[in-house]
Write a protein that binds this ligand. Structure first.
Ligand SMILES: [Zn+2]
Length: 111
């Protein structure tokens, strides 16, 4: 079981201290139970379809992978593991051939 990335900065180095999750990179602390209660996130794909955890999606454009030269081609499939409220990347996905990464909802459509 890996911990979810930091909701503020998407850091992967989050650790747990009793009830709290703590991000060492930006210092954000949160209670995952509270986050779960707020989880009626209204996140929509490029067609305006509401997305949910576990939905299968495909990319509607080529996406560059941050910090690498890899490009995820249009039509690449992914599964939403969980969604977070974020300005840029709302979807924590498992991407075919690329592993886990954060994706922008506006660049995908529900499969
Ligand atoms: Zn953080």
């Amino acid at each position: 079981m890996s911990l979810p990335p930091c909701p503020k900065c998407n850091s992967e180095y989050v650790y747990q201290d009793q009830e709290l999750m703590i991000c060492p990179e930006c210092g954000y602390e949160w209670n995952p139970t509270e986050v779960a209660e707020e989880e009626a996130l209204d996140i929509r794909d490029s067609n305006g379809t509401r997305l949910q955890d576990g939905d299968k999606i495909t990319f509607i454009k080529d996406l560059k992978v941050k910090g690498s030269s890899q490009v995820l081609k249009i039509g690449t499939k992914a599964v939403i593991r969980r969604m977070v409220e974020g300005k840029d990347h709302q979807l924590d996905c498992r991407v075919d051939g690329a592993g886990e990464m954060m994706i922008t909802a506006a660049f995908v459509k529900k499969a």
